[in-house]
Design a protein around this ligand. Structure first.
Ligand SMILES: [Zn+2]
Length: 476
């Protein structure tokens, strides 16, 4: 199948030279971009008769598909369930964990499918999912069926809290925690061997773990070593809040990233999620080892992590630490809308440091595209619009009020536009979102089931604004 998308009003390539073309055409051949460039040049190289389909790109703008560097497919049924006055550790230990312990295999598949439908509507074509809590095979099948591209894995941790936290049960503890790092790594290796490369290579499977207090040092270090041996990546939460850094200092004498670095755990196949509480010395060690950071601005804003107060993201970028952006789960950040993260990261450091030169629109778009691809180890194939790469891209409707009128497409994209003006989202050469519908999902039926299942989980988990704690001393 050869498709010509002709006469685009603009094409933001996110290539090495960061080219933005005005009046461009793109040739899609099967799952790949065969050619892209000025419309007249493309017309000269490719006669119209050679195409199976033509898409009129006038009044359309194209960007690479967005890449979400940190998200939780299995958390999509928990939108706006927990109070919004919780700090990270109470949120995780007393609300999120009991909720997710009551998510069964079918809930997980429904949540994952719902999450992918939301991502496609938001222009996201590829994601790094932290992993299934129940049924990895079911989630992998859901990704295959929807047609997206992504990295998944399975949840793993191995350090039980001393006392059973409020809202947890013994049964939940047994399901949630592996006996030790060795048992966890064995299960993770099996998962990678079963699922890596599924759906014709659209699904990759990594050695993901939860990270921080519920994981031993051996598991943190072992996950990266195992990933290296298997030729994949690993990702875990770390340095996610100042509370976590203080607990680490009290228990281990050092902050979280230093602890991992001292044990030889950093490396170029590790994506650390959040990385809010980080010192300058730790930034240097991450840069030296090629360790990467997935920054989740909306989660920081909602859970008071302090990205604008203590976050060192502009310094990480300046030091050459690869940084991507993530939405996190919908209960942590609110949405799976990566355009919102682009907007936040473009502006939040300008404001907090009173320096208008920090980050900005052009850099924010790169973090959401080619830099995200780099974090996922997928930048040879995706992240920019270039001949030979996979046909993953977004078409914006420039007749939508968000774009009337506009000057610089990059600024309009990041500061003015939202998913509301997305006309189509393509993955692997297929328009998975177009004409206002996700083509591979029965959305009305999915919505009905998602509402019912979400309400049933809240009931089973027994979460209560009267009884469930809003501060945490777990792992103190
Ligand atoms: Zn997360």
């Amino acid at each position: 199948m050869r498709t010509l998308i002709h006469d685009l009003e603009f094409l933001i390539t996110a290539d090495r030279d960061d080219r933005v073309l005005h009046g461009a055409s793109v040739v899609v051949d099967g799952d790949r971009i065969a050619d892209a460039g000025p419309a007249a040049e493309i017309a000269g190289r490719h006669p119209r008769a050679s195409f199976d389909a033509l898409v009129d790109g006038s009044r359309r703008g194209m960007t690479p598909g967005f890449i979400d560097s940190h998200m939780h497919l299995s958390e999509t049924l928990s939108r706006a369930v927990f109070p919004d006055n919780l700090a990270t550790r109470a949120w995780v230990f007393h609300w999120a964990k009991p909720f997710y312990a009551n998510v069964d295999g079918r809930d997980e598949v429904v949540g994952a499918t719902l999450g992918m439908a939301e991502m496609l509507r938001c222009g996201t074509t590829c994601f790094l999912d932290m992993g299934a809590q129940n049924d990895v095979a079911g989630v992998v099948e859901a990704i295959r069926a929807v047609g997206m591209r992504g990295v998944t894995g399975r949840h793993a941790c191995d350090v039980r809290p001393e006392a059973v936290p409020e809202g947890w049960t013994e049964e939940m503890m047994d399901h949630h925690f592996f006996a030790d790092a060795k048992a966890a790594l064995k299960a993770l290796e099996d998962t990678v061997r079963s699922h890596h490369g599924a759906a014709g290579g659209r699904v990759r499977c990594w050695v993901n773990i939860e990270g921080k207090e519920p994981c031993s040092l051996e598991l943190h270090v072992g996950s990266r070593a195992l990933a290296e041996r298997l030729g994949v990546g690993t990702t875990y939460h770390l340095a996610t809040s100042i509370e976590e850094a203080r607990v680490s200092e009290k228990r281990h004498g050092v902050w979280p990233i230093t602890r991992i670095a001292d044990a030889g755990g950093l490396g170029p196949n590790l994506v650390i999620a959040h990385g809010v509480a980080v010192t300058d010395a730790e930034i240097e060690r991450m840069a030296k080892t090629g360790t990467m950071i997935a920054f989740c601005p909306a989660t920081s804003v909602k859970l008071a992590k302090g990205a604008t107060k203590i976050g060192r993201y502009p310094e990480m970028l300046a030091a050459g630490v690869p940084v991507g952006i993530g939405t996190d789960g919908v209960s942590a950040g609110g949405t799976l809308n990566l355009m919102r993260q682009m907007y936040l990261v473009a502006g939040m450091f300008k404001d907090s440091r009173m320096d208008s030169t920090l980050v900005g629109a052009r850099k924010a778009l790169r973090l959401a595209t080619i830099e995200g691809a780099r974090l996922l180890g997928w930048d040879q194939e995706i992240g920019s619009i270039e001949p030979g790469k996979k046909a993953d891209f977004v078409l914006f409707d420039l007749d939508h009020f968000e774009w009337v009128p506009y000057g610089d497409p990059l600024q309009a994209l990041v500061y003015s536009a939202s998913p509301a003006s997305i006309a189509q989202t393509w993955v692997d050469g297929r328009a998975l979102y177009r004409d206002g519908r996700v083509q591979t999902v029965d959305e009305p039926a999915l919505h009905r089931e998602a509402r019912e299942r979400a309400a049933a989980i809240v009931k089973r988990a027994g979460l209560s604004r009267e009884r469930t704690p809003t501060v945490s001393t777990t792992y103190d």
